[in-house]
Design a protein around this ligand. Sequence first.
Ligand code: ADP
Length: 301
Amino acid sequence: MKIAILSQDPALYSTRRLREAGEAQGHDMRVINYLRCYMNITSHRPSVVCNGKPLEDFDAIIPRIGASRTFYGTAVVRQFEVMGVFPTNESQAISRSRDKLRCLQILAREGVGLPVTGFAHATQDIDGLIETVGGAPLVIKLLEGTQGIGVVLAETYQAAKSVIEAFRGLDANILVQEYIKEAQGSDLRCFVVGGKVIAAMKRQGAEGEFRSNLHRGGKATKIKLTPEERSTAIRAAKAMGLRVAGVDLLRSNHGPVVMEVNSSPGLEGIEKVTEIDVAGKIIEYIAKNATSGKTRDRIKY
Ligand code: ADP
């Protein structure tokens, strides 16, 4: 098969591993910088052009779209879909998962476990917002944050009120969330491919840190999921319409709750910790499922 990895940097661990794994399985692998491509949208033969040459005859693409490049990146993925090329994740599903609020609303609608969450922009009723999630302690998040930046634990009512007022002053969209204390600064990353959890790890935040992000000094270990955790991760990926997803869960007193569903989950941490050939499993999935024109996204919101 001829498979394109849409990535800005061939040297990134995930890009490199996908390429190696594809070649090891006998496929023709190309890394394409999607930002450098342009598209011919109007012609009878829609195309994507890179370095002056149309990208033709691809059987599948693996989108690895950077969070800050969602708009252009998903447009390129959509163009390949128009051309009948199979994407590991469809453009719609990528856009859907990039919006934290939309993601939580879809998961709630599907009955997937979530922390009690409120959403606001410029409410005057701060007391009501705090009460929605059961009072302090609570977690306040900037909607646009990544890697744990803009995620604040407010231990008291007064602290919560000050932070919400400050964010309101910044004209920001904020999520207010029940604090899952019993998770003890850890979360579970479940790597889902084609409706199965193929690898999972536990991330533990640094001493005294409630955020488990590895970028913030967290440490990861291999973990065995419970059947309930496994099925929550699978349901979350399915609800978002993602075939390849990194689902982050917290272990709460009311069962596993989803924090986030990532459409371009990194391979480095999970492969090193679990010693599972995650890249190889993604390629195997493509080899089994890539059929021209196969668009399965039927999620209507
Ligand atoms: P980001 O997308 O910026 O990583 P997250 O919403 O995933 O932000 O939060 C970062 C980390 O903070 C999570 O991985 C988790 O460890 C911790 N965290 C976030 N929300 C809660 C919560 N409601 N209760 C307990 N811990 C939380």
